[in-house]
Design a protein around this ligand. Structure first.
Ligand code: 5GP
Ligand code: MG
Length: 179
């Protein structure tokens, strides 16, 4: 399928599943190398990262653990704006090597608001693995340690990412058709 319709919008195929899997395996190989004896904890941010997390984790060959959390944002009392907190975090992060698994870093706002919550739990280290980044949309000082693809500032869907709740099941990544 080179075109799909999700709700009212048309998307064209952007990155094929085979290329995605090749790249995910490359990133996993780097993580295998970097975390050899550290038993990292992959902390995956739902919902968007679930497909990426599954493919990435299957390529991890060292001892590693995985857990899934949802983020909820609420208005903080300080001037720092929204606070993002984790729902379903049962893991003790103290002394752990944490790899946050995200679907996409767009403005960086989500991770910028959430990282303090992680640091607060005194992990030994925190790194970020993301399927996508949009460098030209970035507004916060967030840098991914492992990125599969850097893309232009356009809306994408598929491979776990949704457009108004639909499209997550598309195996390839699609980009919004303009014009
Ligand atoms: P942030 O701006 O905080 O870095 O990203 C916020 C969230 O916006 C992401 O986790 C993702 O859910 C959503 N998002 C940003 N860009 C896209 C995109 O191109 N497609 C989809 N489906 N979601 C996006
Ligand atoms: Mg997300």
């Amino acid at each position: 399928m080179s075109k799909v319709t999700v709700h009212d919008k048309t998307f064209g195929v952007f990155i094929k599943r085979e290329e995605i899997l090749r790249r995910v395996a490359e990133v996993a190989a780097r993580i295998n190398e970097d975390y050899k004896v550290l038993n990292p904890l992959f902390l995956c941010i739902l919902n968007g990262s679930f497909i990426f997390a599954a493919d990435l984790f299957r390529c991890i060959t060292i001892d590693a653990e995985i857990s899934f959390i949802k983020l909820a944002s609420y208005k903080g009392t300080s001037s720092s704006g929204n606070v993002v907190t984790a729902i379903g975090m049962e893991e003790d992060l103290h002394g752990r090597h944490v790899v946050i698994v995200e679907d996409i870093i767009d403005t960086g706002k989500t991770l910028h608001s959430f990282l303090p919550e992680i640091e607060h739990r005194h992990p030994a280290s925190v790194k970020i693995a993301t399927f996508l980044t949009k460098p030209s949309a970035l507004k916060h000082d967030i840098k991914a340690d492992y990125t599969c693809f850097e893309i232009e500032n356009k809306f994408v869907v598929g491979y776990g990412l949704d457009y108004d709740k639909l499209g997550r099941n598309l195996p390839d990544l699609y980009i919004l058709d303009e014009g």
